[in-house]
Design a protein around this ligand. Structure first.
Ligand SMILES: *Cc1c(COP(=O)(O)O)cnc(C)c1O
Length: 378
């Protein structure tokens, strides 16, 4: 057998154009808080068709900013899916609010939105794995109440919902630029929104709660003057990172196409297998395939399959351990095992197989072959 490099579940794509773009900023006079941040924000706003984009040092900080802009506080509740990365819920805890976790709808792996409690100030739906989660019910409901919808689209840059690109439907939408996501800034995240008010609040929050806007200041001492009106953080991203992001964004259409092609190959190979369930496909939309979550039949030993694939050099991952099973959430918020049967059943059976733009045809073939071989022995 030839010696092939290990195949991870996800990996960034960095080429010479990216390196050159970063180098140009590194040798310029400003490596942070310069013009490239604005350029990157402008490009993401344009791509998503939104009025404003505010970049942060990571996606979690961006979500924290969105909670702040929405006015979430310690008297409030917020709703999110138990099937996500912990950041989707932690962002509300930073504001002292109470988490209402929800089970998933097993047709989409996204949050079940039936009979949501009415009191919540914020709802954080997640586009699970890149599947554009259905939002109509939430948006219709929101018009009656004052709930703010903050979409965690960390998995869904370039996904399409009802013929419209993800980013424009919720009140605020977050994308992450961690290396496993569609495009990377190493660490980084962004909020897109059509609201000038949210955008301003997010900008201040990202930089200590400080404003330099003379109109907003209570007095004015001179050109150096700024005022702090609120407690913010240093959540800024750098020009170096945004140069990488801008360069990556040019490749996004190709990245998405490649992910969709890989998914089509996987779908074709696994669709009729009696032990496998392939991921759902959105109606009137397009999946962004951050993940390719394959569900194994109950008869399979997931742990064994995971380890056998690892021996073959295929490093799968499991997405995710439901948030309500985390000790911190159980100890502080009365959640327990058994609360959300659909998410727990999903968690027992899921395996995320390799999915990234740089996966070669030969590697795709090897992954498919290895999975089918490992399953034959079951
Ligand atoms: C990646 C991710 C985030 C944000 O993560 P950062 O690493 O902070 O950029 C948030 N939610 C989900 C579901 C994610 O996958």
């Amino acid at each position: 057998m030839k010696n092939r490099p290990v195949i991870p579940y996800a990996k960034q794509w960095i080429d010479q154009a990216d390196i050159d773009a970063v180098n140009r900023v590194l040798t310029s006079s400003r490596i942070t808080q310069g013009p490239v941040i604005d350029q990157f924000e402008e490009a993401i706003a344009q791509y998503t068709g939104t009025h404003y984009a505010i970049a942060f040092c990571n996606g979690t900080a961006a979500l924290h900013g969105a909670m702040h802009a929405a006015g979430l506080n310690s008297q409030d509740q917020f709703i999110t899916s138990t099937l996500s990365f912990v950041a989707s819920a932690n962002c509300g805890l930073y504001k002292g609010a109470e988490p209402i976790l929800r089970d998933i709808a097993s047709e989409t792996y996204c949050m079940n939105t039936e009979n949501l409690p009415a009191e919540a100030k914020v709802i954080i739906p997640i586009d699970f794995g890149g599947f554009p989660c259905p939002l109509e019910d939430l948006l219709n409901d929101r018009n009656k109440k004052k709930t703010v919808i903050i979409e965690d689209a960390a998995h869904a840059l370039g996904a399409v919902r009802n013929h419209q690109i993800v980013g424009k439907q919720a009140d605020m939408t977050m994308f992450s630029f961690h290396p496993v996501k569609h495009i990377t800034t190493a660490e980084g995240g962004i909020i897109v929104t059509d609201s000038a008010e949210y955008a301003e609040s997010l900008r201040e929050f990202r930089s200590h709660g400080i404003t330099r806007d003379r109109q907003k200041c209570q007095k004015y001492d001179g050109p150096w003057y700024y005022e702090m009106h609120d407690l913010g953080y240093n959540y800024r991203i750098t020009d170096i990172q945004c140069a990488l992001g801008l360069s990556q964004l040019k490749k996004l259409p190709g990245f998405l196409q490649r992910r969709r092609d890989i998914a089509a190959r996987y779908d074709e190979s696994f669709r009729d297998h009696p032990l496998l369930t392939i991921p759902p496909v959105p109606a009137n939309g397009e999946h962004a395939y951050h993940l390719y979550p394959l569900l194994l039949d109950h008869r399979c030993n997931r742990r064994e399959i995971f380890e056998e694939l690892k021996k073959k050099g295929i490093l799968c991952q499991i997405h995710y351990i439901p948030i309500h099973l985390q000790p911190y959430y159980q100890e502080n918020f009365h959640y327990q095992s058994g609360d959300f049967p659909s998410a727990e059943d999903y968690y027992k059976r899921e395996i995320s197989i390799p999915m990234y733009a740089g996966l070669s045809n030969d590697e795709i073939h090897y992954v498919i072959d290895s999975i089918l071989t490992v399953l034959e022995k079951k």
